[in-house]
Design a protein around this ligand. Structure first.
Ligand SMILES: [Fe+2]
Ligand SMILES: [Fe+2]
Length: 335
C-alpha cells in the first residue's frame, strides 16, 4: 500500500554521480519519449541512473507493502467480529499481493527477487517508516486504513502515470485496492465513534498517535528532498512531497469532522488567503530517527520478516524440486 515519498537514500544505492554517461543517440531518444509522455518499457534503452532510481523506488515500495502486513496482521486473530476479521484478512492479503506485483516490476529492470529481499533483510534497503510504529489497540487498525492507506493513495495515484510502464500498470490495480482499504478503515471508525465513550476515546487515542507520522510519510520537505527534481524530470515523480502532503491535509480535515475526531494539531486551520489549511511543524528529527532504524518497532519488524523468509525456505525448496522433476519428465518424454 504504501510509499513514503520513496526518495530516502538506501545504503545499497551507489551515488548517481558515479553512473557513466550514455551514448548520445540513445539518450536523445529516451529524452524525447519522456518529453512526449510515452512509457519506457523494459526492452527500451534507459540511462543507468534512471534504472537504478526505479529499482530503489519500486523495491522500497515492495518492501513497504510486505512489512506493512505486520502491524495489522497482528490484529487478525483479535478482530472483534467475523465481519471485521474477513475484511482485515482480505486487506492484509492485498498488501502481500501488492508486494508481489512490485517485486515483479522491479525484476523487469534486471534485478533478482533474491537480491531485492537480501537488501531488505540486511537493512541496506529502506521501507516506509510508518510501519515502525506499534498497533496498540483495535482502533489503530481503522486509523491505519483511514489515514495510512489514505496517504498512500495520495502518493500512489500520480504513480499510475509514472514513465516506467510496468510500474505504472501495477499501480493502477494497486490504487483500486487501496481505495477499499481506506474506506473499510473509515467505516470501521464510524461504527466505533457511534459506540461507547470508551470506544470513541480509543479512536481519538489512535488518531493522536498516527497523525504526525502519517504527515511525515510524504517524505522530507521539498527543500530537503534528495531525489525530487530528477524524479520529476524523468516522469517518475509527478507531484512534490509538500504538495501531496497539503492535498492530504485538505482532504482529511472534513473527514475528521464527519467522524467527530480532533486532529492533534493546534495550528491546523483554514487559510483563506491560500485557500488551503495551514498546519503545525513536523518533527523531522523523529522521522529521521525512525528511518535510521531507531523507531519503536524497527527491530521487531525486520526480525519477523527474516524469520518468515527462513521459515518459508522449505516451500521454495519444494517448488524448485517440483519444477526440476517436471522439467526432467518433459525432457524424457521429448527424447
Ligand atoms: Fe498496498
Ligand atoms: Fe493498503
Amino acid at each position: 500500500m504504501y510509499t513514503q515519498s520513496l526518495d530516502v537514500p538506501d545504503a545499497s544505492a551507489p551515488a548517481l554521480a558515479a553512473v557513466p554517461s550514455a551514448p548520445d543517440a540513445l539518450q536523445t531518444r529516451f529524452d524525447e519519449k519522456i518529453d512526449a509522455d510515452q512509457k519506457i518499457e523494459p526492452q527500451d534503452w534507459m540511462p543507468e541512473a534512471y534504472r537504478r532510481t526505479l529499482v530503489r523506488q519500486i523495491s522500497q515500495h515492495a518492501h513497504s507493502e510486505i512489512i506493512g502486513m505486520q502491524p495489522e496482521g497482528q490484529w487478525i486473530s483479535r478482530a472483534p467480529s467475523l465481519k471485521r476479521k474477513a475484511i482485515l484478512l482480505a486487506k492484509v492479503q492485498d498488501e502481500g499481493g501488492h508486494g508481489l506485483y512490485l517485486y515483479s516490476a522491479a525484476e523487469t529492470l534486471g534485478t533478482s527477487r533474491d537480491q531485492l529481499l537480501d537488501a531488505l533483510h540486511t537493512s541496506k534497503a529502506k521501507y516506509s517508516s510508518i510501519f515502525n510504529y506499534p498497533t496498540l489497540q483495535w482502533a489503530d487498525v481503522g486509523v491505519i486504513g483511514w489515514l495510512v492507506d489514505g496517504a498512500a493513495i495520495m502518493n500512489q495515484v500520480p504513480l499510475c502515470r509514472c514513465s516506467y510502464g510496468p510500474y505504472a500498470r501495477a499501480m493502477i490495480r494497486i490504487c483500486k485496492e487501496e481505495s477499499f482499504h481506506q474506506r473499510q478503515g473509515f467505516e470501521s471508525l464510524m461504527v466505533q465513534m457511534q459506540g461507547t465513550p470508551e470506544q470513541r476515546a480509543m479512536v481519538q487515542d489512535a488518531v493522536n498517535r498516527w497523525w504526525w507520522p502519517v504527515l511525515a510519510m510524504f517524505g522530507p520537505p521539498d527543500a530537503d528532498s534528495t531525489h525530487g527534481a530528477q524524479g520529476m524530470r524523468w516522469g517518475i515523480k509527478r507531484i512534490s512531497n509538500d504538495d501531496l502532503r497539503q492535498k492530504f491535509v485538505d482532504a482529511t480535515v472534513p473527514q475528521a469532522a464527519v467522524l467527530g475526531v480532533t486532529l492533534p494539531d493546534p495550528d491546523l486551520k483554514w487559510n483563506d488567503e491560500r485557500q488551503q489549511h495551514s498546519y503545525g511543524a513536523i518533527d523531522w528529527d523523529d522521522f529521521w530517527a525512525v528511518v535510521g532504524g531507531n523507531g519503536p518497532c524497527n527491530k521487531e519488524r525486520l526480525a519477523n520478516r527474516v524469520k518468515a523468509h527462513e521459515d518459508g525456505q522449505w516451500v521454495r525448496d519444494a517448488a524448485q524440486a517440483y519444477a526440476a522433476k517436471q522439467q526432467a519428465r518433459l525432457l524424457k518424454e521429448a527424447a
